[in-house]
Design a protein. Sequence first.
Length: 164
Amino acid sequence: MTKTTIDAMVEGGAASAGPPLGPALGPLGVDIGAVIEKINEATKDYKGIKIPVKVIIEKDTKEIEIEVGSPPTSELLKKEAGIEKGRVEKDQEDVGDLTLEQVIKVAKAKKSGILGKGLKNITKEVLGSCVSIGLTCNGKSPKEVIKEINNGAHDSLFGEWWYW
């Protein structure tokens, strides 16, 4: 059994037969419409977010398997902040503000795709992404909020989750 894997980034619930999927699937002789339908069903909970998908095709039987990855942290943050783009230039003003509760929500969503151990550490990694895309947290620099977390200022927000 020979398998072919196609990796693509698609908008949740809105994949189409256009690039990048259509041109990659066409030569493989699979029902592109059926593949797109499967992808859209599998990613419908991520509407408006770009998400990585793998389409695994068994060449002989044309059997299709879809694997949905975890959306990039930046995409989850942008959706939470209600913005389409992050900061483009390093000296550009911040593009939005999130509460620490919103950042923790993103951290919980990313727990399997981030290296940090424990919700506190994952939250600090997500705050690092906030710096990159130009988001503040509770009206402050994410770096300042990381220091506060290190000092235990927000322990009540982490509850029993902080240790996993």
